[in-house]
Design a protein around this ligand. Structure first.
Ligand code: NAP
Length: 296
């Protein structure tokens, strides 16, 4: 498979999912090939309409499995790591990404019902509401133009007037999952704009978070991390799928891996967990690996 993605429009760079930046004034030609399982037929998308064509192909490859419903939600993670396993460069994931990774992330956002992030990621990456993409509008037919962001926070140390909360559209209000123990004043402030769900007592377990989102009708849950949240989701046996971009960069340093935290010097209960490699795409030196949890 060969995909060409065309001309991003003009103007300044724009903030992308997980803080990765798109230079809209550059013309990116993507050449994404499926390399596992065996390569499929070669498909070339021309420049005119090519972005949509590339997105359609990615949407097909990353379609959620059938049978998903709020009773049977599916949790997909999208993460990026350097070739030596770092989940960030100097505290941000932006330096790891590339054009195809950004397009894939946008497609995955469009396919999802909700985007779940830990408050650490929302703060570090200055998360904003998802932006509608005209080229990908067909993926949202019958749903709001963008999925809401759901932020998990015990402290509610979130700026209630920041764009993430205050500028979300009415049909995709930001959701804040928190605890009974969260400070009442912060809860009231956050609730001015966001939908606040108290989902746990002192902390919200991964199962409680998934359950709360499914209770709102969100069956396709895309989590964008961070590593602390993802480790809890995986340890709780809630991670159905991991979409991992491997960036052709060596990071070194003290960066964490895409799952991090848990008991010091010990493996979290529920981990390690075997995953099945479902698909690998390549764009130049970037690899896009899709792992799914083996059927039980
Ligand atoms: N490589 C990638 O793909 C990728 C993706 C995302 C993020 N990142 C990077 O990862 C870093 C951020 O990740 P992180 O692991 O530090 O933070 P995180 O997992 O995004 O968020 C941690 C925060 O989430 C809340 N939280 C976590 N578990 C909770 C629970 N059980 N109950 C209630 N609240 C809970 C807490 O918020 P409160 O403190 O508000 O209580 C906690 O401080 C950044 O450097 C970012 O750039 C990388």
């Amino acid at each position: 498979m060969l995909l060409s993605s065309p001309p991003p429009s003009h103007g300044a760079g724009t903030r992308c999912p997980a803080g990765r930046r798109v230079r809209r004034d550059l013309v990116h030609l993507l050449t994404v090939r499926q390399i596992y399982p065996a390569s499929g037929p070669e498909v070339t998308a021309g420049e005119a309409g090519g972005r949509r064509e590339a997105a359609d192909l990615l949407a097909g490859l990353y379609a959620y499995p059938p049978g998903i419903s709020p009773d049977r939600p599916w949790v997909r993670a999208n993460m990026i790591a350097s070739a030596d396993g770092a989940a960030d460069l100097n505290g941000l994931s932006g330096g790891l990404g590339g054009p195809a990774d950004r397009l894939l992330l946008q497609v995955q956002r469009c396919l999802a019902d909700v985007i779940l992030v830990g408050a650490g990621t929302a703060r570090a990456e200055k998360y904003r509401p998802a932006r509608p993409s005209p080229a990908l509008a067909a993926l949202r037919l019958g749903r709001a133009p963008t999925p809401p962001i759901a932020v998990l926070s015990a402290s509610l140390d979130l700026d209630p007037d920041a764009p993430l909360l205050a500028q979300a559209p009415p049909d995709a209000r930001t959701i804040v999952l928190t605890t009974e123990a969260a400070p009442a004043r912060r809860r009231a402030a956050v609730a001015r704009h966001a939908q606040v769900i108290v989902a746990g007592t002192d902390r919200v377990t991964a199962s409680q978070a998934v359950c709360a989102l499914a209770g709102l009708g969100h069956a396709r849950i895309l989590t964008e991390g961070g590593p602390g949240l993802l480790a809890q989701i995986a340890a709780a046996g809630q991670l159905d799928e991991l979409c991992l971009t491997i960036s052709p960069v060596l990071a070194g340093g003290q960066s964490r891996r895409i799952l991090a935290g848990g008991p010091a010097g010990d493996l979290a209960p529920g981990l390690p967990q075997a995953m099945r490699l479902a698909c690998v795409l390549a764009d130049g030196a970037y690899l896009f690996c899709r792992y799914v949890r083996p059927a039980t």
